[in-house]
Structure formats: C-alpha cells, structure tokens
Design a protein around this ligand. Structure first.
Ligand code: 5GP
Length: 117
C-alpha cells in the first residue's frame, strides 16, 4: 500500500484534505465521517498505511489493534457516554471503500441500516 497513491485518510493525516478532527496522537487520527450513519459517527485511523484492513492489522501488529480499541473507548467517552459500536468493514463486498485500516466508532441512537450501506 505504501507504494501506491496515498489514501484519502493519509491525505487527511497530512492535512491535504480538511476534516473535523476529534482526536489525534502519535499513532492515530479520528474525525467525523463525511456521511454519518449514526448520530455520532467517527472514523478512527492508525497513521500507518501499512495495513489495508483489520485482519492484516491483527496479524501484523496486534498491539496496535489493541491500542486502537483503547483509543475508540477514550473517544467514545469524550464525545458520548462511553458506549459505542466499533465496525470494521473488511473487503469491498462488505462495504469497505478505503483500504487503509480504519474503524467506525458509532454511538447515539442507531438507525435502520447503520451497520452497512
Ligand atoms: P469504509 O466504507 O471503507 O468502511 O469507510 C470509509 C468511510 O470514510 C465512509 O464511511 C466514508 O463516508 C468516509 N469518508 C470517505 N471520504 C471521506 C472524507 O474525505 N472525509 C471524511 N471525513 N470521511 C470520508
């Protein structure tokens, strides 16, 4: 992935594309999804573009995945009551459109179709 065009998420990390950033540290960035499927819908992205999806991340760097889940909880406490849904679309057939691993943090009242598109 590092040899190909930078993903939209890398371009957000590099501030080439604007986003409503709600959290950032050395390892992760999180911002409001441009097309929210829940009252609170935040995309949480590891800064590394090495992993296309959560399966690759889990086998390549399980510690980073564990840290990602901890960050999701931190963010959910920041923006809501700390309860959240964490969705990893994995594969185009499952709705994944950006192949730079990311999780969808969703909270608030869930609507019909909030799990997919
Ligand atoms: P996926 O479909 O790959 O699981 O998730 C990609 C998500 O990124 C989608 O929910 C989509 O709405 C969101 N997205 C795509 N482009 C942008 C963008 O330029 N800015 C923001 N904030 N979100 C985006």
């Amino acid at each position: 992935m590092s040899q190909s065009e930078p993903s939209i998420f890398t371009r957000i990390i590099d501030r080439e594309i604007p986003a409503d950033i709600v959290f950032e540290d050395d390892l992760f960035i999180a911002f409001t999804d441009i097309a929210p499927k829940a009252p609170i819908h935040i995309v949480l992205v590891p800064k590394t573009s090495e992993y296309a999806d959560v399966v690759q991340l889990a086998s390549g760097d399980p510690e980073l995945l564990a840290q990602m889940i901890a960050r999701a909880s931190t963010i959910a406490h920041q923006v809501s009551d700390g309860q959240f849904r964490l969705v990893f679309n994995t594969g185009a057939g499952a709705g994944q459109t950006i192949f730079h691993v990311h999780g969808h943090i969703m909270s608030g009242e869930m609507t019909e179709g909030s799990l997919g598109r």
